[in-house]
Design a protein around this ligand. Structure first.
Ligand code: UDX
Length: 448
């Protein structure tokens, strides 16, 4: 672990302790370290990163009383925002002006309150797209105009002011019923950048729409995809769960582009019926598959006990199920030809950067919007029908991986990989934005 104060310019990063947020924040830490900044990660004790995996950064735990993940994410985030204020303030005061700026996850507004009070500049970090953020502004506007609840008959229509592929039913909150005030207050809390002097996005110019900058009136730095921008030593371990490395040896034995990788990320859950339908659909497609199923992600099961014995035997012949996979390595493996995904933003970036076409099965949050872009804008994904039954899953796997119908989708995915590579080379959009960000942070420090 690096000692505090060993390099000239120090930045403090405050991540949200959820896998999909923690990972890109640690990748950002690595990017900034490679640009000569010293990095302090101030983190909750719950889901804390392992300092042993990141010898380049200094770590400071914020004692916060959140001992375990509450089933209710809103409550968990509110608790962190309340309980971490004091420990963060103490920590900044102890560092005695050594921190140039604090970069915080957009859901942790307490950081801005504390830093503003202590006159330390803050930068707002969003691990997802600006288009997704726009959708929250659209929701707030619909709420203010009292258009919510919207009759079900309008759900298929495009949302005014957003990209035309986004329908009311793709918004991150259901608009067909009243939205509770506590939820509206939560949305307001992270749609406002408060005193932050800039916004960093784990996004890429060619994939996104940054017109929100007119509203926020601070510089935007789209420096994604962070997993590729981070130095190669960031084979950097950021998983909170133990990765099953054995699946790579299994992939080594499979034919080129033959394997379907299946994962629904770190938060989505399904019931046992949906698990069986998915298993049947994948098995009936005849394709080999690697499936990461998190423990406790199937309601009422510790893991996959609810899969009938006969089905498990079929799976063993054709596929491999693990609890948690080294996903980036899996997607980069030549044997992987498709990804059935919940379309979380990290998974989306990791897949398109490797040219792997996707079957989109969104659950919540930004996943519906990401899926719309994958299918209808970039055209590198296929949809599973509304009812994700065995037939529609089998059909989607065949279309994506075998049929002529999926040929164009696979070709565009390969092309997109190439286009995204260009954003990361010298003079590419993300590379330029990163240069500008480094200069910007440097300019925040008063000359010594
Ligand atoms: C959440 C939201 O669901 C997502 O929509 C939002 O964009 C970020 O926060 P999550 O559900 O965790 O994220 O999905 P995703 O963003 O895809 O992140 C999952 C991460 O876990 C990825 O970096 C992926 O590589 C990793 N992962 C997943 C593994 O390393 N192994 C696995 O087996 C599964």
């Amino acid at each position: 672990m690096e000692k505090i104060g060993t390099r000239k310019l120090q930045v403090m990063l405050v991540p949200l302790p959820l896998q999909g947020h923690l990972t890109p924040m640690l990748q950002l830490a690595s990017v900034l370290h490679s640009r000569g900044f010293s990095v302090i990660v101030a983190h909750t004790e719950f889901n804390s990163p392992n300092p042993g995996n990141h010898p380049d950064f200094a770590f400071i735990p914020l004692q916060n009383g959140v001992c375990s993940p509450s089933g209710n994410l809103l409550e968990m985030i509110a608790t962190i925002n309340t309980n971490c204020k004091e420990p963060l303030e103490k920590c900044i005061v102890e560092l005695q002006g050594q921190v140039s700026c604090i970069i915080y996850d957009s859901l942790l507004h307490f950081v801005d309150t504390v830093a503003h009070h202590l006159k330390v500049p803050t930068i707002f970090f969003r691990p997802s797209t600006a288009v997704y953020m726009q959708s929250y502004h659209a929701l707030l506007s619909l709420h203010e105009k009292m258009i919510i609840p919207l009759p079900e008959s309008h759900l298929e229509e495009a949302v005014p002011e957003l990209h035309p592929v986004i329908r009311f039913k793709d918004l991150p909150l259901s608009v067909s019923s009243k939205i509770r005030q506590v939820v509206i207050d939560f949305v307001k809390s992270f749609s406002d950048i408060k005193s932050s002097v800039a916004v960093i996005w784990n996004s890429v110019e060619m994939l996104d729409d940054f017109s929100l900058q007119h509203q926020y009136q601070v510089p935007f730095f789209p420096i994604g995809p962070l997993h590729k921008m981070a130095s190669s030593s960031s084979s950097m371990q950021t998983s909170l769960l133990q990765e099953d490395a054995g699946c790579i040896a299994w992939l080594d034995k499979q034919a080129l582009k033959s394997v379907l990788y299946v994962s629904l990320g770190s938060l989505a859950t399904m019931n046992s019926e949906a698990l069986v339908e998915t298993a049947m659909g994948i098995a009936n497609s005849g394709q080999p598959f690697l499936w990461a199923i998190r423990p406790s992600s199937v309601a009422g099961s510790e893991w996959i006990e609810c899969l009938p014995q006969g089905l498990r035997e079929v799976i063993q012949e054709r596929g491999l199920i693990v609890k948690w996979a080294p996903q980036k390595e899996v997607l980069a493996h030549p044997a992987v030809g498709g990804f059935l995904s919940h379309c979380g933003w990290n998974s989306t970036l990791e897949s398109v950067c490797e040219g792997v076409a996707m079957i989109c099965r969104p659950f919540f949050g930004d996943q519906m919007i990401n899926a719309r872009f994958l299918i209808h804008v970039w055209e590198v994904g296929v949809e599973i029908g509304n009812v994700a039954d065995r037939k529609s899953i089998e059909e989607a796997v065949r279309v994506l991986m075998v049929d002529d119908r999926g040929k164009e989708t696979r070709r565009r995915a390969a092309e997109m990989k190439h286009k995204l590579q260009l954003s990361r080379v010298k003079d590419g959009s993300s590379c330029k934005a990163l240069d500008e960000l480094a200069q910007f942070i440097t300019s925040l420090s008063p000359p010594k």
